[in-house]
Design a protein around this ligand. Structure first.
Ligand code: SF4
Length: 114
């Protein structure tokens, strides 16, 4: 796994999550034994481990899997992932979400609801 894009301060961007993604990521956080997110000392994703690996790899958001990061194999052309994005947006609506939100706020709120 290449984690350059997980260093938000350096990368200059943060992934955004729909509610379904946030709830799934929160499950990953809980599964790792944590109840809340702690800021990363380097301004990186709070889910990036000290070993440089994603601590919720199996639960990571869609953007981390596809088009968020060129180093990780993206940007995927939108037409290749449009169907998946629409499905996530439809799920967000069904769950009562309010659209995509920055990772830290989205996952923290999802953890608070668990
Ligand atoms: S959730 Fe994981 S893969 Fe995505 S930015 Fe955070 S550490 Fe990186």
């Amino acid at each position: 796994m290449r984690t350059g894009c997980c260093h938000f301060r350096l990368a200059g961007h943060t992934p955004v999550l729909t509610l379904g993604e946030a709830l799934y990521a929160a499950q990953g956080v809980r599964a790792s034994g944590r109840k809340a997110l702690k800021p990363h000392p380097d301004g990186a994703c709070p889910l990036l481990g000290r070993d440089g690996r994603c601590t919720i790899y199996k639960h990571r958001p869609f953007g981390c899997r596809t088009h968020f990061c060129a180093e990780a194999g993206g940007m995927y052309p939108r037409k290749h992932v449009a169907d998946l994005i629409q499905r996530l947006e439809a799920l967000d609506e069904r769950l009562g979400g309010s659209g995509s939100r920055p990772l830290e706020a989205a996952v923290s709120d999802a953890l608070a609801k668990m």
